[in-house]
Design a protein around this ligand. Structure first.
Ligand code: AMP
Ligand code: ZN
Ligand code: ZN
Length: 507
């Protein structure tokens, strides 16, 4: 359904850039659309700390985050989507669609229909709604249903998507001081009720930048965490002082984790492929390759088995649990390196030093090191609640539910969160450990989903209806788990585990 909402505000990009200096952009809202105060939902503040790996909580003192964790819900981690990069994962969180559906398939991508490239450094592309129109971000859903939204950065938020923008938004400027971001968010909450946003997004890139430059868990990453947390403290104190903090929902997420990379672990694609006959739209942990002057089959044959640390798939053979294969921006061939390995080419690497890049992300979202963080606070979340790893794809359903609006068509589900909402008791994680022939299997079970921790992977699975006292089953595409009196058995991609015997439970 296309909204009839008018968008009376069209400014050339150059003028836009000038306007940014003084203030955020403001799209006037048509009169009479907003609900009455009584019918209005608790405000929702969605905060992203880019590159905050799930295990960073023990890296630094983070009193502001700890306050939310103590008073609300924390998941072990946030399972993202492929590829685990900023634009695809952020757009998944706000649309409930996989990159292979919403179409933001990389930070750098090629659109064969338009014959155009997108990269996150390209202002015109980043602000062009064409790239985002196959998903409906939550601010569009909210605005269409009469709510007001405000974004202090979020991938996609500068663009008119299906003709709608947030009421308040900012052109991305990574050097905006953190204090200014906090001040603006507080100012939004100070607006008179009929102007105050119902949905606010806030974004910080510093932890990610330090992770890339110095490697995960480096001192500089710790300092960045402390800095972001100090500003969050100011924000939460400010919201508290205004009487908002306990009357609103705050969700803090990150868009992926971070892994170390090694200068000696680069796979040079030009050793195997004539790069003049293909187009590579994205490089790094995974390469997205188009058959421009060759066939997909030729590329596949050239790369299949070429390097022991690299896998290659034709579009139709990409593993089902990546859910990547459908959008026209998904390339003919995807090559993925092992964790800590990168795919590049000799001209690009010439003259690079081993100290330029010590951290990266973009690999299989199930790898623990690619998992982000998730914390939620507010009336719907019971203090002290803990759950296993949750999926980023389910956040859109959760957030539209919290805002009391109808979700657009999406691929997520509220099920993992449903039993937690407004519950009397805090949710607890049941942990079971099993010894399999191939190693130890750890299962973390929540009220409505479970996570399998196997070697360096964390998978999220849904319960199968009809679980009984005799046995409990969970599943996900290419994955399954059964626990019964005899122990556990599991299928993880091509691996069949079991029977695995119960191990004593740690207390
Ligand atoms: P990544 O390496 O995938 O984590 O990308 C992180 C980088 O994305 C940040 O350092 C920013 O420079 C950039 N970025 C984040 N949000 C935006 C945005 N809304 N518009 C443009 N660039 C962005
Ligand atoms: Zn990122
Ligand atoms: Zn990054």
């Amino acid at each position: 359904m296309i909204s009839a909402r008018p968008t009376p505000f069209l400014i050339a990009p150059a003028i836009l850039a000038l306007l940014f200096i003084s203030a955020c952009q403001h799209e006037p809202r048509p009169s009479g659309q907003n609900g009455s105060e009584q019918g209005r939902p608790a405000p929702l503040l969605l905060i992203s700390i880019d590159g905050f790996r799930y295990d960073y909580f023990d890296l630094a003192e983070t009193p502001a985050l700890d306050r939310l964790v103590a008073g609300g819900l924390k998941a072990d981690s946030l399972h993202h989507v492929f590829p685990t990069k900023t634009f695809p994962t952020h757009y998944t969180m706000v649309t409930g669609r996989h990159p292979g559906t919403h179409g933001v398939v990389a930070n750098s991508m090629w659109d064969p229909i338009r014959d155009q490239r997108f990269s996150l450094g390209n202002r015109d592309a980043v602000g062009d709604g064409y790239w985002y129109q196959d998903g409906e971000p939550i601010w569009v859903t909210a605005e269409r249903q009469g709510l007001t939204s405000a974004t202090f950065f979020w991938p996609g938020s500068e663009a008119r998507i299906n003709r709608i923008r947030p009421t308040f938004w900012k052109p991305y400027a990574g050097d905006t001081p953190h204090a200014d971001r906090i001040e603006q968010v507080l100012d939004w909450f100070d607006l008179a009720d009929d102007g105050r946003p119902d949905l606010v997004t806030l974004y910080f890139s510093l932890v990610d930048s330090m992770g890339h430059r110095h490697g995960p868990r480096a001192d500089a990453v710790r300092d960045a965490l402390v800095d972001v947390d100090r500003h969050l403290q100011d924000l939460f104190d400010g919201l508290d002082k205004r009487g908002w903090l306990d009357r609103m929902h705050v969700i803090v997420v990150s868009d992926h984790g971070m892994s170390r990379v090694d200068f000696d672990q680069y796979i040079m694609l030009d050793d195997y492929l004539d790069l003049s006959r293909v187009t590579v739209s994205d490089w790094g942990p995974a390469a997205q390759i188009w058959a421009t002057d060759s066939s997909a089959e030729e590329i596949f044959q050239a790369l299949d088995g070429a390097h022991p640390r690299m896998r290659v798939w034709l579009r139709e053979d990409i593993p089902a649990r990546y859910r990547f294969g459908t959008h026209h921006r998904v390339p003919d061939v995807v090559a993925e390196a092992d964790l800590e390995w990168m795919i590049s080419n000799r001209p690009f690497m010439a003259g690079r030093s081993r100290f330029q890049l010590l951290g990266m992300h973009g690999w299989d979202p199930a790898l623990a090191e690619m998992h982000g963080m998730f914390v939620a606070h507010g009336p719907a979340f019971t203090a002290g609640s803990r759950i296993p790893a949750v999926r980023a794809i389910d956040l859109y359903e959760l957030m539209t539910h919290l805002l009391g609006i109808n979700a657009a068509s999406n691929e997520g589900s509220i099920s993992p969160f449903q039993p937690l909402l407004f519950s009397t008791y805090p949710a607890r994680v049941e942990e079971l450990r099993f010894q399999c022939e191939e190693g130890e299997l750890r299962v973390r079970i929540g009220p409505a989903h479970a996570a399998i921790h196997w070697q360096d992977l964390i998978h999220v699975l849904d319960p199968i209806d009809g679980n009984t006292a005799e046995g409990r089953d969970w599943q996900e595409v290419d994955l399954s788990l059964r626990i019964d009196h005899g122990g556990a058995s599991a299928v993880l991609d091509d691996l069949e585990l079991g029977p695995c015997l119960p191990l004593p439970i740690d207390h």
